[in-house]
Design a protein around this ligand. Structure first.
Ligand code: C2E
Ligand code: CA
Ligand code: CA
Length: 566
């Protein structure tokens, strides 16, 4: 059909033309009316204008329309139309798709139409309207990438593809690490530049057929049909290496690493919302596990994540209610030489709102992450100090060890609080020992050391906890100045059978002694271990189940201080 060529109206269309002409003046939407038997379509002039169609009356409309539809949606569109024309059971067409305008851009439209049947039941008319979807037309303003609406659409298409062919694939959601800090430290303009740069860097390393989408905030996504774990790992590795160099952004040097969560469809879900939620959760887990890494969604991990979210809320409530639900247990520490009680370590306990005791390994990382450890840590210190004051009436030199996370070291108000608290309870500085427990120290040794020095210059002893695990190793002994090293149970476990482990403990203790550091050995459970650790390894003090489990204040007093129960 040539442009403006006149196609005669079919009798059916002629009947309705009067109404059609009236209606098209009342709306900005596109209207259409089709005679199915004659395969002639009448459309409103705005459709002709916007999409450069040959005329308002067209024979075989889809020969013009289908080529304008985005290739990703075209086959779904044609299948839907064919279904309508052939069957006598489907009446409604309702679909969103992209169509190329006269200017050559794709715009999203929503098309809704209904089929009317003849008296004998054969489909005869198809009428309806199309509207432009304003929100969907917006590409992401900052990066120019396809936005979250297109992502949603693409996921739905991928799921349709799976239904048609049985082929699944992967959805990867990337989140920038520490992006909030960029916005807070600089401003949104710099933040936007970072997003733009990251979009380019990731876009450059994606294999050709894959599209990068920009979701809300600092999130990006990729749909990878037919991918398995191997392909996902390869993509993440190339993204990681693309982001591994510092970027100069407006004169600021910035490391923009990313964490990634991946779901495989259909195993992790057959629905857009579920898949997106699970991929985001996996990404959040990747961030919590230390950032700059990739996590594949698993149901178990997801359930744990959901639990930790609800635990976070309960912990907030506890803290807001004056640390309600928290309590301290105390584990005795004895002198290795004569087995005399010299002190105790204060260990935090928490009962959730249902009254269940939650293990410290579960709730302490959440306190650290939310920085709630700062108020809770102060509460711990004060409670422990009160108890110590009382117990010093029985054992005058009693020393209380209080755990301190890296987050607390970073918070400068903690040091002031410690000084003020000691003064308020009229306690000498040698009544407390602060143990640095954090196992994931990432930053700045020299800063930690300065903090340590300022505690030590006041006379407060610092212990390095869990020696032999995580941050706490020979290297940290070299960089951090401390008074006591607590050797972890990992070392103690095998000293009875293993000559090497025994020698190792012996040499570590000797090394510490040579530079004036005392050694406390943790996790001593057996008499034979104790014998060896004191006689051969020359430990200074011991803490372990052999001499006592962590106990409540009352039980500790009764068992180890022989005080009357009241
Ligand atoms: P940690 O500081 O290394 O505390 C010693 C842990 O070892 C305690 O576990 C204690 O019950 C356990 N333990 C002691 N003796 C033995 C033994 O002979 N055998 C075995 N198998 N285990 C023994 P708990 O109470 O579950 O505390 C776990 C961790 O939670 C602590 O490890 C510490 O890192 C953290 N934590 C506890 N209270 C606080 C606190 O107030 N603040 C901070 N920041 N962390 C705390
Ligand atoms: Ca400790
Ligand atoms: Ca420890």
């Amino acid at each position: 059909m040539k442009k403006n060529e006149r196609i005669p109206l079919s009798p059916c269309l002629r009947r309705f033309k009067f109404f059609f002409d009236l209606l098209k003046k009342t709306t900005d939407n596109y209207l259409f009316f089709a005679d199915i038997q004659e395969n002639i379509v009448m459309v409103s002039p705005n459709l002709v204008q916007d999409f450069d169609l040959p005329g308002e009356i067209m024979q075989d409309f889809d020969a013009y329309w289908a080529p304008l539809i985005h290739p990703e949606e075209r086959s779904t569109y044609l299948a839907s139309i064919r279904g309508l024309m052939k069957t006598q059971t489907i009446f409604e067409h309702n679909m969103e798709y992209r169509v190329k305008t006269r200017q050559g851009d794709y715009v999203w439209i929503r098309c809704r139409g209904r089929v009317g049947n003849d008296r004998d039941g054969t489909p005869s008319m198809f009428a309806g309207m199309m509207s432009r979807m304003a929100q969907r037309n917006q590409a992401d303003e900052v990066t120019g990438l396809l936005n979250k609406y297109q992502f949603e659409h693409a996921v739905k298409l991928a799921l349709n593809q799976y239904r048609a062919t049985g082929e699944g694939g992967a959805i990867m959601v990337f989140g920038l690490d520490n992006f909030k800090i960029v916005n807070e430290t600089y401003n949104r303009v710099v933040g936007d530049l970072v997003l733009k740069r990251v979009a380019e860097l990731i876009g450059n390393v994606l294999p050709a057929p894959l599209t990068l989408f920009k979701l809300d905030g600092d999130q990006f996504a990729v749909i990878y049909p037919e991918a398995a774990e191997q392909e996902v790992a390869e993509i993440f590795a190339s993204v990681q290496s693309a982001l591994s160099r510092p970027q100069d952004i407006n004169g600021h040097q910035y490391f923009c690493t990313a964490s990634c969560g991946t779901v495989f469809y259909p195993t992790a879900g057959k629905d857009y919302l579920v898949l997106h939620k699970h991929a985001e959760a996996a990404m959040d887990i990747a961030k919590r596990e230390g950032k700059n890494r990739s996590v594949l969604f698993s149901k178990d991990q997801y359930n744990r994540w959901v639990r930790s979210i609800s635990m976070r809320d309960s912990l907030w409530d506890s803290v807001e209610n004056g640390c309600m639900g928290f309590s301290l247990f105390f584990q005795p520490q004895i002198s290795a030489e004569d087995q005399k009680l010299i002190g105790a370590e204060a260990l935090l306990r928490w009962k959730n709102p249902k009254g269940r005791m939650v293990a410290p390994m579960e709730f302490i990382p959440i306190l650290e992450e939310t920085k709630l450890i700062i108020p809770v840590g102060k509460w711990v210190f004060e409670e422990a100090l009160k108890v110590c004051k009382k117990w010093r009436h029985v054992v005058p030199e009693f020393q209380i060890s209080v755990n301190m996370s890296y987050e607390q070291v970073k918070d400068l108000s903690f040091k002031e609080f410690v000084t003020e608290c000691l003064a308020r309870y009229d306690m000498p500085v040698d009544a407390v020992i602060l143990e640095l427990t954090e196992s994931k120290i990432v930053a700045d040794w020299s800063f930690v050391n300065r903090q340590f020095d300022s505690f030590r210059s006041q006379g407060i002893a610092i212990a390095m906890d869990d020696f032999g695990t995580g941050y706490s190793s020979l290297a940290s002994l070299k960089y951090l100045s401390c008074d006591i090293v607590k050797i972890d149970r990992e070392f103690v476990k095998k000293i009875l059978e293993n000559d090497f482990d025994r020698k190792l403990v012996q040499y570590v203790v000797a090394l510490c002694h040579s530079i004036g550091i005392k050694c406390c050995i943790e996790g001593v459970e057996e008499e034979a271990e104790y014998e060896l650790l004191t006689k051969e390894c020359k430990a200074d003090s011991i803490q372990g189940y052999l001499f006592g489990h962590p106990e409540s204040v009352e039980n500790f007093e009764e068992k180890f201080l022989h005080m009357e129960k009241h």
